[in-house]
Design a protein around this ligand. Structure first.
Ligand code: TMP
Length: 237
């Protein structure tokens, strides 16, 4: 069956979801809109949508090849990606390989400080609350995920971190931290979902330590588009 893009079903801060003629699949459209600090700061990163679609497609394919089930099906055009229809588990799963961002702030640590072992954190996906950090037991208590689901999410997340650390390292980039989202299809099968791009990862150029991710927008560091382009070039060739 040839997939046809139908009506808009959801619009988020960086992406729009469209229904298709197949109830099991949706089209994920990547926008240029950029937000930070729970949408208090708004802007545009020119061609971000095109670059994030490209980068995410390459990374999802790489993870699939390494036995991580993802919602990715195929890249349809510059900004459209065909994905499995999933309901998103309302958790943002963050992995940190070095101290940065909210961890540095929360603990009064210096950005770039090494960690003895990587850190995994859960945040509850709720814009009105500003995505608060939560514990695993909290996720279970409110039934945001079942124990077996949480175990799967953790196992996959650690494996994704190992895979992506090596993937980026081989391309001249240090993976400082990143955020993942997971979703379940109609049968309850779990997939890695959302996107993997400089919007949701901290990526520092090896050697120089130059920031190549959304922190350039969040912190008004300049060269925002150039940095996304550099990542795109390094990852997609
Ligand atoms: P944090 O240090 O601000 O908690 O961010 C950790 C990682 O998660 C970082 O790579 C950026 C990503 N992230 C998102 O993708 N969405 C968000 O809303 C936030 C706050 C962080």
């Amino acid at each position: 069956m040839k997939i046809e893009k139908k009506e808009k079903i959801y619009e988020g801060k960086a992406k729009i979801l469209y229904a298709t003629n197949d109830p099991n699949y949706v089209v994920q459209y990547f926008k240029d809109d950029a937000t930070a600090f729970n949408a208090q700061k708004k802007g545009t990163i020119v061609n971000k949508g095109i670059m994030n679609n490209k980068i995410s497609a390459v990374i999802f394919k790489f993870l699939e090849k390494n036995k991580i089930p993802t919602h990715f099906v195929e890249k349809l055009s510059d900004r459209d990606m065909l994905v499995r229809k999933v309901s998103i588990v309302p958790l943002e799963v963050v992995v940190r390989n070095k101290v940065a961002g909210s961890l540095a702030k929360r603990l009064g640590m210096t950005e770039g400080q090494a960690l003895k072992t990587p850190v995994l954190e859960f945040f509850y996906k709720d814009d009105a609350l500003g995505d608060p950090m939560i514990s695993e037991s909290c996720a279970l208590a409110f039934e945001w995920a079942k124990e077996a689901e949480l175990n799967k999410i953790k196992t996959w997340t650690w494996k994704i971190n190992s895979l992506l650390q090596k993937f980026f390292d081989e391309r001249g980039v240090e993976l400082i931290d990143f955020k993942l989202e997971f979703g379940k299809d109609a049968k309850g099968k779990m997939y890695l979902a959302d996107e993997i791009s400089p919007d949701g990862c901290r990526l520092w150029e090896k050697g120089t330590g130059e920031k190549l991710d959304k922190d350039r927008f969040r912190r008004d560091l300049g060269k925002v588009e150039e940095s996304y382009e550099k990542v795109c070039q390094l990852i997609c060739g």
